[in-house]
Design a binder for this molecule. Structure first.
Ligand code: SAH
Length: 299
């Protein structure tokens, strides 16, 4: 996997040949002579086969993997090689995680920071990438299946429905991480479109209160998915706004759950008010002329 001494800079690597890397100040600062690449890889929601093929390949190639033990299902690590150094960042602070990544990038060609779901959502990717960028260490990002998508799939729901809702908002309640003023939960909820609410199950009572204030009916359906796709641990709760708090309490769902609210919930059980134009026989598509207008090349 390494194929070269960790003491020898990789002359063939474009970064190692850059004047930035060759600057002794930079090399001294990070204390390394080899420079690997750090990959931020989305682990997906939990099931080991829901990581991307690219993500699994990188786990297999990695000399070192740092994962978030409290969030990433350990089963995903089955893609790692036996010789790989695997560490849990659960008890590390940001500075320690940064130091770990910088250090391992000096010793391994491929280093993976494994994050839950998709790494670009609700993580600290920018904070972790900044010191690597400053040191001239190449960084790559590999998408993952977000828990928002996995929760909808686990519950058998659609996030959009023709004519009913065509917009999905990913959001959270403001807690320790303050929300920008223009993105208050109440103002987003007032759109009446699909909401995928992260990091807020601990405050489900406040979520319900604000949804009702924003105009949602007390009888509106709500779906809570706890540990979507985690082998043997997934739990799906279907409720209404007026009884969801009680149901969450009874089911002891206190963390790692996604809250789905949408006028599209339960659509499969209803007769479609408006069939989708996409498959409407009278609606012309580029590769399928309409019945009344066959042969026309319509975009
Ligand atoms: N980047 C992640 C989100 C990380 S923030 C993603 O794309 O999914 C952590 C929050 O994500 C949790 O509080 C919870 O709301 C949600 N979450 C993560 N994994 C989950 C899972 N398997 N099932 C349900 N919700 C999950």
């Amino acid at each position: 996997m390494l194929g070269y001494s960790t003491q020898t800079p990789r002359q063939d690597h474009p970064i190692c040949n850059s004047s930035h890397f060759r600057s002794s100040r930079v090399r001294r600062r990070i204390g390394v002579s080899l420079m690997g690449k750090v990959w931020f890889v989305g682990a997906g929601p939990g099931a080991p086969d829901l990581i991307t093929v690219r993500g699994a390949r990188l786990l297999g190639e990695a000399g070192a993997i740092l994962y978030t033990g409290s969030l990433v299902a350990e089963t995903v690590l089955e893609w790692a090689s036996e010789t790989c150094e695997i560490a849990d960042s659960k008890s590390m602070d940001l500075e320690q995680v940064n130091a770990w990544l910088l250090d391992r990038a000096g010793r391994h060609e491929t280093v993976v920071r494994l994050q839950t779901g998709d790494p670009t959502l609700y993580g600290v990717l920018a904070e972790l990438a900044r010191p690597l960028d400053a040191a001239g260490i190449p960084v790559g990002i590999v998408s993952g299946v977000s828990s928002a998508m996995a929760s909808a799939a686990a519950a058998g729901e659609c996030l959009t429905l023709p004519e009913i809702t065509q917009t999905v908002i990913f959001t959270r309640l403001s807690e320790r991480t303050r929300m920008p003023e223009r993105e208050s939960f109440a103002s987003l909820a007032a759109h009446g479109c699909t909401l995928c609410i992260f990091l807020s199950i601990e405050r489900i009572d406040a979520v319900v209160e604000q949804l009702i204030e924003a105009g949602w009916a007390r009888t509106a359906p709500i779906v809570i998915v706890h540990k979507a796709t985690w082998p043997g641990e997934e739990l799906i709760l279907r409720a209404t706004l007026e009884n969801v708090v009680e149901q969450c309490r009874a089911a002891r769902i206190e963390r790692q759950a996604l809250i789905l609210v949408s006028p599209a919930l339960g659509a499969r059980a209803q007769v479609a008010a408006q069939p989708s134009k996409l498959y409407d026989a009278t609606f012309p598509r580029r590769f399928r002329p309409s019945r009344d207008n066959r042969g026309a090349d319509v975009d």
